[in-house]
Design a protein around this ligand. Structure first.
Ligand SMILES: [Zn+2]
Length: 510
């Protein structure tokens, strides 16, 4: 492969290349594997970096261990406010969650904010709660249990105010470096008023670290003029991303049609109703702007599909499809809804690690929903075969920016029939992700002459052409069919290790 001015100039046989480019600098790959670099279609960079540079609770295997890690952090950082992330009580024995009293016992007088793994609820110390006026009166408040909904947003905003500009900047750079080291050269930052706020997003826009940051802004509008103005002031690629229709299953805040199996009468939360969703879609479609939503539960998905149907009736399929509207997570979608979304040109921005971590008969999804409903979650193969375009991502810090792990999870789905092939998953984490971000030139995310030279170099064992065992092969595995090989991602194999990542000809890592 020859690269000139950040673009793939030529591709072919080694001897021909050397003859054609005699003066070129050449890199001996020593048997390494080169592939288009990855894109992460859903991240939160500052929160990711705060976990990388600070208090990471994701490895805690019990409530007691989690509290010990927090206590050690407090002892090592005396006098500092505490920002931590990643505890997951669904994986702990005993099923006991964290309480305000637990946190006060280890954090003392320090304001402490500790988000649950899904970032849809958090425990907060009394010292932090006391800084927020009116907290007791809003939705999602509880004196002892983790805060959700508006109460969570208020304590999160207050905890954010306690971070210094230096802490935020260090965090962002750590997150971008981690992306580059994982073979990721572009990320879709899902920003919004309740996530990091406008200050965080504006600081991130000014952070030049090599990894390309495409921003989505999650704020609802109701007129085309409002949509245009918000795109103008934020510089976002769309009014999409984490515009919350609902919450998450782990926090019992995903909006369900039927109650949770483990919380009598609870159907989760509704943050945007069908009318508000339709108003946002009308406004964005009229302005030709990408709209989108965070949508997980079947109640939320139904509201979004109904609102999209109204949008199609009003503007027609071509106008809707042109906007490239996208749905984040889209975990509980029926075959009929998938067929509509495919017809309307909608992209599903999905996180395969959700199934790897929470799927299966014994997983968190099965406890929340029962095994029957849980087995319908994250139906990647049915979505793809309905024509819904997939883009893969991590929702980091919810799951890691570890793209081969996503590809493995998507191709080894815990529900038979929901897996896609390694090749399809790889495409959804490269070309498909660029397309989800509005790049529709047909070459970005591939390595052909004329494409941006955005690639990663991997140390990997054997390459092969594989298809999921539980479905018909979607292409020939005969070598003569010229289907390119990819790393073998069987669960017992080590994942490829990134040696170098390059974006538009510029080395970002290695
Ligand atoms: Zn998110």
């Amino acid at each position: 492969m020859a690269v000139r001015d950040g673009v793939v100039a030529w591709l072919g046989d080694d001897s021909v290349g050397r003859a054609q480019f005699p003066d070129a600098d050449s890199v001996d790959l020593d048997g390494a594997f080169v592939a288009p670099a990855f894109v992460d279609s859903h991240v939160h960079l500052t929160a990711t970096g705060l976990q990388l540079t600070g208090l990471d609770l994701s490895a805690a295997t019990s409530r007691e261990q989690c509290l010990r890690v927090i206590a050690d952090h407090v002892a090592a950082n005396p006098g500092q406010p505490v920002w931590g992330h990643g505890w997951d009580d669904s994986l702990w024995p005993g099923g006991q969650t964290l309480t305000t009293a637990d946190i006060d016992a280890v954090a003392g007088q320090h304001p402490a904010y500790l988000s649950r793994i899904d970032v849809h609820s958090a425990v907060a110390s009394t010292a932090l709660r006391n800084r927020v006026s009116g907290l007791l009166a809003v939705a999602g408040f509880d004196p002892q249990l983790p805060l959700s909904a508006q109460a969570h947003h208020l304590v999160r905003a207050e905890a954010r105010r306690l971070l210094t500009a230096r802490q935020r900047d260090d965090a962002r750079r750590a997150a971008l470096d981690a992306a580059a080291a994982a073979g990721i050269v572009a990320v879709h930052e899902c920003a919004g008023p309740q996530i990091g706020g406008v200050e965080d997003w504006n600081e991130l826009r000014c952070t030049d670290d090599g990894v390309e940051v495409v921003g989505y802004w999650g704020e609802a509008v109701s007129t085309a003029d409002q949509a245009r103005a918000l795109i103008e002031t934020t510089g976002a690629r769309g009014l999409a991303g984490d515009l919350f229709v609902d919450g998450a299953l782990g926090s019992h805040t995903a909006w369900l049609l039927d109650p949770y199996a483990d919380a009598a009468g609870c159907r989760g939360n509704t943050y945007l109703d069908t009318d508000a969703i339709a108003a946002h879609l009308f406004a964005c479609t009229e302005a030709g702007i990408t709209a989108g939503f965070h949508v997980i539960g079947d109640g939320a998905v139904t509201a979004v599909v109904d609102a999209l149907e109204q949008t199609v009736e009003r503007f027609g399929v071509p106008a809707v499809a042109r906007c490239g509207h996208r749905l984040e997570h889209l975990e509980m979608v029926s075959a009929q809804q998938a067929a509509h979304l495919g017809e309307w040109g909608i992209t599903a921005s999905v996180q395969p690690m959700f199934d790897a971590v929470w799927g299966g008969d014994d997983g968190m999804y099965a406890s929340r929903l029962g095994t029957h409903r849980a087995a319908t979650l994250n139906p990647f193969a049915p979505l793809a075969s309905a024509g819904v375009r997939l883009a893969l991502g991590s929702d980091s810090p919810v799951t890691a920016m570890d793209p081969w792990a996503w590809v493995r999870a998507a191709s080894h789905h815990q529900t038979p029939g929901s897996a896609i092939s390694v090749r399809a998953a790889f495409g959804a984490a490269t070309r498909g992700a660029w397309r989800a971000g509005g790049i529709r030139d047909g070459v970005t995310g591939t390595l052909v002459p004329g494409a941006p030279a955005s690639y990663a170099v991997w140390d990997t064992a054997d390459l092969d052409v594989s298809a999921p065992a539980d479905s018909v092969a979607r292409w020939s595995t005969d070598p003569r069919s010229r289907v390119p090989a990819l790393p073998n991602l069987d669960p017992d194999r080590p994942l490829p290790r990134c040696r170098r990542s390059v974006h538009r000809g510029v080395v970002l890592h290695g």
